[in-house]
Design a protein around this ligand. Structure first.
Ligand code: GDP
Ligand code: ZN
Length: 353
């Protein structure tokens, strides 16, 4: 229940121990209001982290001073580790059709990574001013064979941007794609520099936007939030080999029509496989599969107790693991569930500061 001395909102930026919270509801003029908040000690004690995208309760907000303290984090609908963000529901992948050249492998890699998050995925191609209509059509058809509808735009010539607005309105979206494709131009188009809240946060904390890789959420003019995605730009494929099939629409389609003889078919050389065949990205699938298999075997070779062990080189040159001296921090963590430890590991490794 929300008391008069409480309000709620969404964390839109995190820097050091400060959280910029966008209040809900917005004021009469429909202008978002923000409070710069700290986190209650009680939350620190129970190990409750606060990340961008979290819905939080603020106790005794000081609206005039623009300050508050976060007392509660509401359950997360979704959570990504790279970028570290809660409650996002959509990934907008941006690529350029030229400058840099559109590389099908790279595109495929981003798509698979995006699909693996369970968020909805849409695709936007920028710089259509640099190619012919015919070339654009060819890409469009190719992508449609991969199972994707795509939006072709030119930010420079403001072409087709209303289609993009439609895709983003009412959602919390993460913008991702290689560098040089026009992501910053797109953010500047939707969120003119003058109204970018970052400057205010950064001013207060004396940190410029470019000194941080933290993800931040920006308000879109027609409703919805947009996050730039540091950390998503070099997608790794740390997925389970058996799951890779889920991240290709072409495979999902084939498996909906029929099934392979073996339940655990990896769709390589197995007999009576309905996936293996003459489709364009089958090669991509095989290559990514090798990568996920290599990742899995590397994981299996690593001792699970790695975090509590340190590698010691003995006089003979032999190496062996021995327990670390237990620090206070470690003893505290060891009481938590394995899951919580894993979460902390990600957060501690991804949150700077
Ligand atoms: P980011 O690295 O993805 O953030 O890409 P930027 O937004 O910095 O854009 C990279 C370059 O592409 C800049 O020189 C932009 O001016 C240029 N650019 C952005 N959009 C377009 C476009 O629609 N057409 C053309 N020709 N160039 C564009
Ligand atoms: Zn198969």
């Amino acid at each position: 229940m929300t008391h008069s001395s409480e309000c709620s909102g969404m964390v839109v930026a995190v820097q050091a121990n400060f959280y910029q919270v966008r209040l809900h509801p917005v004021d009469d003029a429909n202008q978002p209001q923000y409070l710069l908040c700290t986190r209650r000690t009680r939350l620190k004690k129970i190990g409750q982290k606060v990340i961008v995208g979290d819905w939080v309760t603020i106790e005794e907000p000081d609206f005039q001073g623009g300050r508050g303290a976060i007392s509660e984090v509401l359950p997360r609908k979704t959570r990504l580790d790279r970028p570290l963000i809660a409650n996002a529901d959509h990934i907008l992948l941006v690529f350029a059709v030229a400058e840099p050249d559109l590389d099908a492998w790279q595109l495929s890699r981003f798509l698979v990574k995006a699909e693996s998050t369970s968020l909805s995925v849409s695709l936007c191609f920028n710089k259509t001013d640099l190619i012919s209509e015919n070339q654009q059509k060819q890409w469009q058809e190719r992508l449609s064979n991969w199972g994707y509808d795509s939006i072709f735009v030119s930010i420079k010539h403001q072409r087709n941007l209303e289609k993009l607005t439609e895709q983003l309105t009412g959602k919390t979206s993460i913008l991702a794609g290689p560098s040089g494709v026009g992501k910053s131009s797109l953010i500047n188009y939707f969120i003119p520099a003058g109204s970018q809240r970052t400057n205010q946060v950064s001013g207060k904390l004396q940190k410029g936007r470019h000194t941080t890789r933290h993800v931040e959420l920006f308000d879109l003019p027609d409703g919805g939030l947009l996050a730039d995605s540091p950390g998503f730009n070099q997608p790794d494929l740390k997925t389970h080999p058996q799951e890779l099939e889920l991240y290709f629409p072409e495979i999902r389609h084939r498996l909906a029509q029929g099934s392979c003889q073996f339940k655990d078919c990896l769709h390589r050389h197995e007999p009576h496989c309905v996936v293996r065949g003459e489709w364009e990205r089958y090669d991509h699938y095989l290559k990514f599969l090798e990568e996920t298999l290599a990742y899995q075997s590397a994981l299996q070779q690593r001792p699970d107790q790695e975090s509590s062990l340190k590698l010691k080189t003995k006089g003979s040159g032999q190496q062996e693991y021995e327990p670390k001296l237990s620090s206070k921090k470690y003893r505290r963590q060891s009481r938590r569930s394995k899951h919580q430890k894993l979460q902390d590991f990600y957060e501690n490794n991804l949150e700077e500061d």
